[in-house]
Design a protein. Structure first.
Length: 113
């Protein structure tokens, strides 16, 4: 989830949707329902969540596998949930730690004379 907080270009509701997905993410992806993502995004409409998902795909930060949910859960309509993959990677300037520090800003002490 930290990678989303530090490196996502998304904003507002769209960012909250991505944070919600990242909260569930594993090597197998994540498959929260649209209802769960609505809660993470502050109770917005399902349509707003769907728009946010399309925006995240357009940004290249998310891949969506339609009805690819990994645990066999079904929605109320009998379909499997979608599976999501967070595609964010640390940029070259990131130290890739849990804090995602900018290595360009790390002060290197000068050696004593």
């Amino acid at each position: 989830m930290a990678i989303v907080l530090h490196h996502s270009k998304s904003q507002g509701t769209t960012r909250n949707v991505l944070i919600g997905i990242a909260n569930h993410h594993s090597d197998r992806g994540a498959w929260p329902s649209l209802a769960t993502l609505r809660k993470y995004a502050g109770g917005v409409t399902e349509r707003t969540v769907q728009r946010s998902l399309r925006e995240l795909e357009a940004l290249g930060e998310l891949s969506v596998e339609i009805q690819g949910g990994g645990d066999g859960r079904r929605t109320r309509g009998g379909r499997e949930t979608n599976r999501y993959f967070v595609l964010l990677r640390c940029p070259d300037w990131c130290d890739r730690s849990m804090n995602h520090r900018d290595v360009r800003q790390i002060d290197v002490p000068f050696p004593d004379p």
